[in-house]
Design a protein around this ligand. Sequence first.
Ligand code: HEC
Length: 217
Amino acid sequence: MANKSVWSDNRFWQRSATWVTGFASLLLIWLTLDTSAQIQMGTDADLKNGVQKRVPGPTVINYKITYEMSAKRGHEVPVIGEKEKFFGRDDYSEEEAGALLHLGKLGSQAKNCMDCHTLLGNGAYYAPDLTKAWLDPAWGPDGAMQALTGKNTKEEAMAEFLQHPDQYATHARMMPNLGITAEEAKGLVAFLKHMSSIDTNGFPRNFGRMQGAVNGK
Ligand code: HEC
């Protein structure tokens, strides 16, 4: 036993394995807790008190959302601004806003938007990434979509498009008519607006420059 190298010592490897596994487990537990805290959805009170949350509460639909370059973080971040009307109202309660988002989420699953689009990193790239679609300038006052759909607000223009996408064939690829009702469209637009307010660390990268569809032309 005198000259036995440590590298050929079983006990050395056993102990190493135990330590590495133990350390990795603790790290994973810590990361899980940290992530859970980071993605915990905020509340209406947070929004009213100006508390920034990565995932704002449902009543964020009562506010204007913009996307601004953060020099500190090196990418754009959603900024929640003044109150803004959404389908004529800016006083949705937490329950009402939550119900709309729920309707939108169910609609997005039932109609399988992910079959063509990407939402928060999941889905396909046949059609534009929807994570920040609400912030696509094409839907804003200077964009083409309000005039095209004959609507005066972003949300109404988007809802109209979702109900009759095949009537607004402005692009190389057309979104098919999925039989979306007016109520579903409202929920879907609320869902998209809420999603755009989520701080995704600048993902998708180069949003606005890479969008091939609506604002690409
Ligand atoms: C079969 C593929 C397909 C499915 C499924 C689909 N879309 Fe689309 N969608 C497209 C294509 C293609 C475009 C781009 C062409 C266009 O805008 O007319 C588009 C465009 C859009 C836009 C405009 C994007 C932007 O940047 O402003 C929105 C919003 C949108 N879709 C929402 C949805 C939602 C919500 C669903 C699910 C309910 C959905 N789509 C399901 C193909 C699809």
